[in-house]
Design a binder for this molecule. Structure first.
Ligand SMILES: NC(=O)c1ccc[n+]([C@@H]2O[C@H](COP(=O)([O-])OP(=O)(O)OC[C@H]3O[C@@H](n4cnc5c(N)ncnc54)[C@H](OP(=O)(O)O)[C@@H]3O)[C@@H](O)[C@H]2O)c1
Ligand SMILES: [Mg+2]
Length: 339
């Protein structure tokens, strides 16, 4: 697979465009600030009336517009509001207002791939999807690096969509760590699978079940927390910088032997079968259909599951222990008062 870097792109293309970033959440703040710092002079954040993010964006030196005004003003509209609201925002504020021949962009393929948005014919439609949480898209950029990005073109009415998408990807930091060209379908399906089976779903259940196993056996919750949550980061850092063997080099031989013989008992062939089922539901569109129905019903189950997790003993003991480690909070990636 071919990787593209800054040198393979024309970084100036996006700098000459008027870019409207819809939303100032996890991805929104990162795209807006990285583009501005990369030299895009006309970046505007588009927010709904009365949004609590207006202050946050303005305090970072960004101009704010209403959703409709920004859609009419921009050469590039990047939609970075929650996936489940994008179709409505597109219909109510964007579709009728974007100027002819401008570009509609996304950081995830869900709305286009599952046809929740059918974009206007004359528009270019592309995607620049950072492979990391928005707060890291910003913090890695500030360190002089960047988060790798997937780039895809869904519709190229102008014949220039690909070059502009590459330029955008480079200017939010993807040009430092690598840009992969793909399509909306593959980005969308692999992204949903990754977050459900491994990164968020799989990992959180692994941590919770490990914590419960230890505490139910009578071990103190504080010990269990350090063992199965706090240390995840320390281990993942080693995998991140040098792969699995790099982590195995640092841990003891006892830990490494345990990894080989016990890991497979926890995540076994049945787990892999489950992963395949998850992937099938993503590919068939069932997952997205269910999620959109959940949203139409006011997200009742979703909000209940969020509330239940907040009450889990691992979150309670974790808060207490992290308060004793102030250096962790000092360098926090997520500061909800700012982004
Ligand atoms: N989160 C990630 O790290 C990540 C990674 C890769 C791709 N993506 C993709 O990036 C996109 C954005 O995700 P996100 O997690 O960054 O979103 P998010 O943080 O949940 O977005 C929040 C922003 O959207 C605004 N918003 C919410 N409802 C709105 C409405 N009805 N009208 C107008 N604005 C509204 C919020 O405005 P207020 O301030 O007014 O509440 C806020 O500024 C999604 O397509 C997602 O799949 C996300
Ligand atoms: Mg995702």
């Amino acid at each position: 697979m071919k990787m593209y870097y800054e040198k393979d792109t024309d970084v100036n293309l996006i700098k000459q465009k008027k870019v409207a970033i819809f939303g100032y959440g996890s991805q929104g703040h990162a795209h807006a600030l990285n583009l501005k710092d990369s030299g895009v002079k006309e970046v505007v954040v588009a927010l709904r009336e009365g949004s609590s993010s207006i202050k946050k964006a303005e305090s970072q030196g960004l101009k704010v517009m209403s959703l409709s005004d920004a859609a009419a003003w921009a050469d590039v509209v990047m939609i970075l509001t929650p996936d489940e609201l994008q179709a409505e925002i597109y219909k109510n504020h964007v579709e009728q207002r974007m100027r002819e021949g401008t570009s509609l962009a996304f950081a995830h393929g869900l709305n286009i791939h599952y046809k929740l948005i059918e974009s206007r014919k004359d528009l270019d439609v592309f995607m620049v999807a950072p492979k990391g949480p928005g707060h890291l898209v910003r913090s890695e950029y500030q360190k002089g690096g960047g988060v790798p990005c997937l780039m895809a073109v869904h519709k190229d009415s102008s014949g220039k969509a690909r070059d502009l998408a590459m330029s955008y990807a480079a200017c939010i930091g993807g040009g430092k760590s690598g840009i992969i060209e793909t399509n909306f379908k593959d980005e969308c399906e692999t992204d949903l699978f990754g977050e459900q089976a491994v990164l968020c779903g799989g990992l959180v259940e692994l941590i919770k079940n490990g914590f419960e196993t230890l505490t139910e056996a009578g071990y103190p919750p504080e010990m269990a927390y350090f063992e199965v949550l706090h240390e995840v980061k320390l281990i993942v850092d080693l995998i991140y910088e040098g792969g699995i063997a790099n982590m195995n080099y640092s841990i003891s031989n006892t830990a490494e032997y345990g990894e080989y013989v016990s890991g497979k008992k926890v995540v076994d062939s049945k787990s892999k079968e489950k992963m395949k089922e998850i992937l099938k539901d993503i590919q068939s569109g069932k997952f997205t259909k269910d999620w959109m129905e959940e949203c139409k019903g006011g997200q009742k189950n979703f909000l209940k599951m969020r509330a239940d997790l907040a009450k889990h003993p691992i979150e309670e003991v974790g808060k207490k222990l992290r308060d004793m480690m102030p250096w962790i909070g000092k360098n926090k990636l997520v500061d909800q008062s700012k982004n």
